[in-house]
Each structure stands twice: as structure tokens, then as C-alpha cells.
Design a protein around this ligand. Structure first.
Ligand code: NAD
Length: 492
């Protein structure tokens, strides 16, 4: 059986212990992944620390050239990357290709690093005195990433960290680790020196070793809220810069004036795409007034029409969920929703007996805010509909939810949309757009329990996260004078 190994200082090596990696479409163990130890993390951080001495001195022109080369390689190998994602995550091949493209857009953005790192210069701030600022890299940065986007989410981090002059240690999800090894090979082919990009596989053991390591300067984390909170606290206590993105419960508010056919189509894609395993998936619909009946009828018809099958089958529109535990968890939420009195309009539990980790699309109507199917992030193909009377009520409902990643409104009214986008407490808002993932040149991040830390990922905030500012005040005195030294605080 294939064993997936670490990439440390440009060399592949395995661990004594390994963890199983499943093919979710069959339920079989397809490979084993090395379970990184604290000693292996130590080696990776040492390799990254050594590489930082050289890489941080490399010119912006050269760093940009490596990113351009990497961009072309990722494009050429997009299908290879997508196939690895489908094999271990389970999502359809088309969806995996889209993930690779959205990740590559961050590399596109990183190609412009010379412009992104341009400082500011003030001539003659005081007589004979100039003032200027520039940004410098931090050192060794760590990335800890979730299973649901094994190519795109790491690419939110490493292209910018590296283009800014840092070196990087990635700890990918142990559930779908293979794509990160191909990314490491592509970086080497792009001309990135050994040790600048390292991959240590594994679980909590490797994560904790990174969080505690004295020579790790910054940690970027994406995953579930409890782990995000933990990572933020532990790495902050160790004195590191931390951004930790957590889970979500993303709502779509549908007003009666919306085009219900369009809203239902958009929401169906956002709820069931990738079997609901997206941090920006729509998992709750808030139907306002007369929108509800027509919307639920349309959503039910669309959910029933979804073809569920292996991600590698071009006929499939939705693949399995990632593990058996995840499938069973989703099914237990559906049981709980029924028991709590919500109306189960579409029941996907009929697929539970298939080999592999399948559960079909599920749709609940008449859901109340005290039900677990509303309160918890299920992270599966379960959409819940809540009914309210007014837009104000909808906004209050959203704002009372502890998560604040994405939120969307479907309406024909610019006035209502503007009111919503200003009042809603979420980091990313869609107007007739169900999955408002910002482009790579903007920054991605939620509010409330969806993000711990101060900066969002990629875009301008990504550049700020991976660098620190330095302000220079400079004076070149002319011939010496015999004036007495001045002891007062300098002023302009
Ligand atoms: P997860 O939190 O279980 O795992 C994320 C990473 O943390 C993995 O690398 C894992 O090995 C590690 N980890 C897990 N448990 C740990 C522990 N106790 N201590 C230390 N490290 C630990 O998340 P997941 O199931 O892989 O991914 C799904 C979650 O990620 C969902 O909650 C989803 O909303 C969230 N997510 C959020 C965003 C966002 O941008 N906010 C994006 C993608 C995914």
C-alpha cells in the first residue's frame, strides 16, 4: 500500500506510525499517511529556518519569477491535482478542478509581490529628514488546514507567505494529504529552494508541536471552530502571530420579491455542492413571508433531482462525505431534526446502505432556532428552512447566530439588499450570490466564531499578516556645526 511521506528540506521521508486514508466513494483504505512526530516537526522547522536565511534575501524579481513558474505548473497539473482531491475527499472532479482554479488565483496574486510590497516614502518630513516605511517577512510560518479544500485552502496561505520572503511548514489534513505532496514537487520544479516549502503530515501531535515551537513566527489555521479557538489561544500564548478561521452556519435570506426559480437553483448548488462540506455552503435558508411555500417546493424538486455517486463518475453531481464518521454524524442530525418536530421534506438517508460514505440531499422545513439541526454546523448535505415575516426579523435571526462567515440575500430590491449588507454581522456577504468567496485580490474571513485573530487570509490582509512594518526616519547631516545638543523630544 502507498505511504504518503513528509517533504522536509526538499527530501521525502516517512514516519514510523501511519494513519489510514480512505477512498470515500468505496469506503476502502486507499493509502496510509505518515503521522508526523514532534521530532519531525522540529526537523521541518529547522530546515525552514535555515532556508529563511537565503530566501528572505532573494530579490522580489526572483520571488515573482518563481511564482509565475509555479502558476504555470499548477495550471498544467490542474487535472492531476483535481484527481487526487476527488480520490481522497470524494467531491466531483469538476468541483475539484474549480477548487484548484480558485487556489491558483492566489498564486496569480502573489506574482505581483513587487507591487504589493512597495513601501511609502515621505521626502523632507522635517528639514533634511526623510521618512519611509517598508515591510519585512516574519520567518518560519506554519499552515494547518482542513480536509474540505485540500488544494485551495493551503494556497490561501503558502503562495503569499513565500512571496513575502518567509519559509513555510504545511500540516495538511490527514484525511486527504496527497495533493500537498504534488504541490511540494511543483514548487521544486518552479525553482523554489529546498526548505522554503515543507510538508509535515499527521494529526494533533504535529499541530501541537508547531503551535509550541519557538522558531515558528506565525500560524495560519483553517478548520472547525473548537480547534480554531484552541489553536488561536495556544499559539498566541506562545507569542506567535495567529489567524484561525473556524466553522460556519451560512444563511440565505429570500425575500418575496426574489426570482424564486433563480434563488432555488443558486441555493441548491450552494447547499449540496461538495456534499455540503464547504465553509461557505448555505446550510440555512430564511424564507421571508410569501417566499416560503414556493421556495420550499422548488428546493425540494431540485434536491430530489441531484445525481449522487462517485466523484470520479462524470454523471455525479454530488459525491460522498469524507468519512464513515461524518456520514453517521449527518444521519444522526437528520434523526434529531425529525424527533424535534421539523418537517423532513427530502430524506437522503436512503443512501446510507450504499458502499462508501454516502448520504443523499436532505431538506427540512419549519425549523426552529432551538433545534440542533439549526444550531450546529452539520457539514453535510442538509439544508434547513426557517420561516419569518419580515426582513428585520431575518436580520435579527442571523445576527443572533454565533457564526458569521458568509450570508446571502436574494431579492429584487436594492434598498433591501443595501440594508442587509450593512446590518448583517458576517464577514462575507452575497447579494443574489450564494457563495460570496472573495476574489484572491480581496481578503477572505468571517466574523464572530468564524475567525479568531485580527486579519483575514489572502489579498491585502494576507500580505499584512505575513510581513511586519518597519518605519525609517533618516537624516544625512551636512558639515558639523558647534550648536549645543538638543535634549527636547524631536518635533518637525
Ligand atoms: P478540523 O478542525 O477537524 O481539522 C482542521 C485541522 O486541524 C486538520 O489539519 C487537523 O489535523 C487539525 N486538528 C483536528 N483536531 C485537532 C486538535 N484537537 N488539535 C489540534 N489540531 C487538530 O476541521 P476539518 O473537519 O478538517 O474541516 C472542516 C471544518 O473546517 C468545518 O468546520 C469548516 O467550516 C471549517 N472550514 C472553515 C473555513 C473558513 O474559511 N472559515 C474554510 C474551510 C473549512
Amino acid at each position: 500500500m502507498r505511504t504518503i511521506e513528509h517533504t522536509i528540506g526538499g527530501t521525502r521521508r516517512g514516519s514510523a506510525e501511519t494513519l489510514p486514508v480512505y477512498d470515500p466513494a468505496t469506503g476502502e483504505v486507499a493509502a496510509r499517511v505518515s503521522a508526523g512526530t514532534a521530532a519531525e516537526v522540529d526537523d521541518a522547522v529547522a530546515a525552514a529556518g535555515k532556508a529563511f536565511e537565503g530566501w528572505s534575501e532573494v530579490s522580489l524579481a526572483r520571488r515573482s519569477a518563481v511564482m509565475f513558474a509555479m502558476r504555470d505548473l499548477v495550471e498544467r497539473h490542474a487535472d492531476d491535482l483535481a484527481r487526487l482531491v476527488t480520490a481522497e475527499h470524494g467531491k466531483t472532479l469538476d468541483d475539484a478542478r474549480a477548487e484548484v482554479a480558485r487556489g491558483r488565483e492566489v498564486i496569480d496574486f502573489a506574482c505581483g509581490i513587487p507591487s504589493l510590497l512597495k513601501g511609502a516614502y515621505t521626502d523632507q518630513a522635517s528639514t533634511g529628514v526623510d521618512a519611509y516605511t517598508f515591510r519585512q517577512p516574519l520567518g518560519v510560518c506554519a499552515g494547518i488546514t482542513p480536509f474540505n479544500f485540500p488544494v485551495m485552502v493551503p494556497m490561501w496561505m503558502h503562495p503569499l507567505a513565500i512571496a513575502c520572503g518567509n519559509t513555510f511548514v504545511l500540516k495538511p489534513s490527514e484525511r486527504d494529504p496527497s495533493a500537498s505532496d504534488l504541490v511540494a514537487s511543483l514548487y521544486a520544479e518552479a525553482g523554489l529552494p529546498d526548505g522554503v516549502f515543507n510538508v509535515v503530515h499527521g494529526d494533533k501531535v504535529a499541530v501541537d508541536a508547531l503551535l509550541d515551537h519557538d522558531d515558528v513566527a506565525a500560524v495560519s489555521f483553517v478548520g472547525s471552530t473548537p480547534v480554531a479557538r484552541y489553536v488561536h489561544q495556544r499559539a498566541s500564548a506562545a507569542g506567535k502571530r495567529v489567524q484561525a478561521l473556524g466553522g460556519a452556519k451560512n444563511h440565505a435570506v429570500v425575500l418575496p420579491d426574489a426570482d424564486l426559480d433563480d434563488a432555488a437553483r443558486q441555493i441548491t448548488g450552494a447547499a449540496y455542492g461538495s456534499a455540503g462540506q464547504r465553509c461557505m455552503a448555505i446550510s440555512a435558508v430564511v424564507a421571508v413571508g410569501a417566499a416560503a411555500d414556493g421556495l420550499v417546493t422548488r428546493l425540494a424538486a431540485q434536491a430530489r433531482a441531484i445525481t449522487v455517486g462517485a466523484g470520479s463518475d462524470p454523471a455525479s453531481e454530488m459525491g460522498p462525505v469524507v468519512t464513515a464518521a461524518s456520514r453517521d454524524r449527518v444521519a444522526s442530525y437528520v434523526d434529531a431534526g425529525e424527533a424535534a418536530g421539523a418537517t423532513l421534506v427530502v430524506d437522503g438517508r436512503d443512501l446510507l446502505d450504499r458502499p462508501g460514505f454516502f448520504v443523499g440531499p436532505c431538506l427540512f422545513d419549519n425549523v426552529a432556532t432551538d433545534m440542533t439541526i439549526y444550531q450546529d454546523e452539520i457539514f453535510g448535505p442538509v439544508l434547513v428552512v426557517l420561516r419569518v415575516s419580515t426582513l428585520d426579523e431575518a436580520i435579527s435571526l442571523l445576527n443572533a447566530n454565533p457564526y458569521g462567515n458568509g450570508a446571502a440575500i436574494f431579492t429584487d430590491s436594492g434598498t433591501a439588499a443595501r440594508r442587509f449588507q450593512r446590518a448583517v454581522r458576517a464577514g462575507m456577504v452575497g447579494v443574489n450570490v450564494p457563495v460570496p468567496v472573495p476574489m484572491a485580490y480581496h481578503s477572505f474571513g468571517g466574523w464572530k466564531a468564524s475567525l479568531f485573530g485580527d486579519t483575514h487570509v489572502h489579498g491585502p490582509e494576507g500580505v499584512a499578516f505575513y510581513t511586519r512594518a518597519k518605519a525609517i526616519t533618516s537624516r544625512w547631516p551636512g558639515p558639523a556645526t558647534d550648536a549645543a545638543p538638543s535634549l527636547h523630544f524631536p518635533t518637525a
